[in-house]
Design a protein around this ligand. Structure first.
Ligand code: GLU
Length: 513
């Protein structure tokens, strides 16, 4: 039996910005943990000092916070009963060495003293012998400098002299390794495909393979969820659990499908050019001088982002696509995660944000939009801003598009779409616009309904179909040919402003004649 209490961990390595695939791994683990009233732990796997990137850990923490996928235990989240949660600090506890020693004692791991040159020669030798995947294994280890080929005394001597060594897992030559994955079912691999993985490096640091197992055991993790790229390593991990006599405590495994490029050809790249971010927050890679825009900065709502991520590889078995976090928690299961890769769809991603935009109240949107107005030195009363949001949100995917889509709400036009004027402006339509102005002047209660009726009455009076003048009239009011519902806008602008806009337009139109 694995651990009765549901405890899942997200265990990123701080080697760069956390991309959206990593966020999805965290999300699925979080949803499952919450669904079962369990724990969600953040562990930082920083044993590879050569790949350590400054700022990456903070980025991971901030990303999880922004997404609302908050661990209840771990680095940046107040620690917990299994502290510390950084592997570099856990090394000081001596636990990794203890487990490695146990494997050495039982004959399932061994010291290897090969230098980088010797390893290189081995690879060349195997390549020359046309070995398809050259690796350090049950066969090749026999020609190397390690505790399986050297005498006990020689090994002792080398160790006493301080010769650099690694500890390797002793993988048997031809054995079937079977394990169960919640998403994939039973997986069977022959041990000849598994190499003698390094468990402890020459700097004394454990590798990922050893460290995550020790920590999953020590932290009483019940389910280990990770990306599909780790599936090939899983057989070696199974052997480690087995050799430690810990198979019973082994977490259940779930390897998540890849996120694929929009065309389905290969893994989604962090350099994807669809215009939709690949990272939750802005990320600057100091090593390559590349910057990446984040979902947050692009204008996505975190709820939309995680909803979209949840649908990348999971479904509840129906056509519903919009789920609150609470609904996801209630419905989530690994059994309903697809085995096949999930195609990333940039348009759909925007669509998710649009759905959440439309769900927000106009008051909330106005609150979000106010800072933009301030940037443009515009002061309007709250009611106007709310009315604006109500009309403009139908046209947008993001709040940050509001200004470009509707700046004419706040600044009356001084230029007018020339294409529309060329097509629609003539003495007849000009007289229509003038008539409308007169009719508007007479309206007491300047509502959308009243203005629309007045507009139609003029059409009847002059026997000019509304279709011939509608777009020109819109241009007169806004300067541009498209936009939100026209008469609703007029109601929001009010009589005085609407008439002023018409005056300006008429003066401009007359000059065109
Ligand atoms: N540190 C590994 C990574 O960043 C974690 C893999 C796992 O969850 O076991 O991918």
């Amino acid at each position: 039996m694995s651990n009765p209490r549901v405890r899942l961990r997200f265990a990123p390595s701080p080697t760069g910005g956390l991309h959206m695939g990593g966020v999805r791994t965290a999300l699925f683990s979080y949803l499952f943990a919450k669904k079962h009233g369990g724990d969600f732990v953040l562990r930082i796997e920083d044993t590879d000092q050569t790949r350590y990137v400054k700022g990456a850990e903070e980025y991971i923490i901030n990303s999880l916070k922004w997404c609302g996928i908050e661990p209840n235990e771990g680095v940046g989240f107040g620690d917990g009963p299994y502290a510390p949660y950084r592997q570099s600090e856990r090394k000081e506890l001596g636990i990794y060495k203890k487990y490695a020693d146990k494997l050495i004692e039982s004959g399932h791991a061994y010291y290897a003293f090969d230098t980088a040159e010797e390893l290189d020669e081995m690879r060349k030798r195997l390549e020359a012998a046309k070995v398809v995947a050259p690796q350090y294994n049950a066969v090749s280890r026999q020609n190397m400098r390690n505790a399986t080929t050297l005498s006990e005394d020689e090994v002792k001597k080398l160790l006493a002299e301080g010769t650099p060594y690694v500890v390797r897992l002793k993988v048997p030559r031809n054995e079937e390794i079977r394990f169960h994955d919640i998403i994939r079912g039973w997986v069977v691999v022959n041990s000849s495909q598994v190499d003698d993985k390094v468990l402890l490096k020459s700097d004394g640091m454990p590798t990922y393979h050893l460290a995550h197992i020790v920590d999953d055991i020590e932290m009483k993790i019940s389910h280990a969820v990770r990306g599909e790229e780790w599936l090939p390593s899983a057989p070696a991990h199974i052997l480690i659990y087995r050799y430690l006599g810990l198979e019973e405590q082994m977490p259940k495994l779930a390897h998540l499908p890849l996120i694929l490029k929009p065309d389905g050809n290969g893994k989604l790249s962090k350099r994807d050019k669809s215009g939709i971010p690949m990272f939750p927050l802005n990320w600057f890679d100091e090593r390559t001088n590349e910057s990446y825009v984040g979902y947050r900065e692009h204008g996505f709502f975190p709820e939309a982002f995680i909803n979209m991520l949840a649908m990348l590889g999971w479904n509840a078995g129906n056509n519903q696509e919009i789920y609150s976090k609470e609904e996801l928690i209630n419905l989530f299961s690994f059994e309903r995660v697809n085995k096949a890769g999930a195609k990333f769809d940039p348009e759909k991603t925007k669509w998710f944000n649009q759905q959440y935009l439309r769900k927000k109240s106009d008051e909330e949107l106005a609150e979000l939009f106010m800072p933009v107005l301030k940037e443009h030195n515009i002061t309007v009363d709250k009611k106007f801003a709310i009315g604006f949001c109500k009309l403009i949100k139908e046209k947008a995917h993001f709040v940050n598009e509001f200004w470009n889509l509707g700046s004419f709400f706040f600044i009356a036009p001084t230029t007018y779409d020339n294409e529309v004027l060329k097509k629609r402006l003539n003495p007849q339509t000009l007289s229509y616009v003038k008539e409308v102005k007169t009719a508007f002047n007479a309206i007491q209660n300047f509502t959308a309904l009243e203005t629309e009726q007045a507009f139609k009455a003029v059409s009847e009076k002059l026997t000019i179909p509304t279709g011939q003048v509608m777009q020109l009239f819109r241009v007169a009011i806004t300067g541009v040919g498209g936009g939100p519902a026209l008469f609703e806008m007029l109601e929001l602008f009010g009589k005085e402003d609407s008439l002023k806009r018409l005056d300006n337009a008429i003066a401009y139109f007359e000059k065109q004649g």
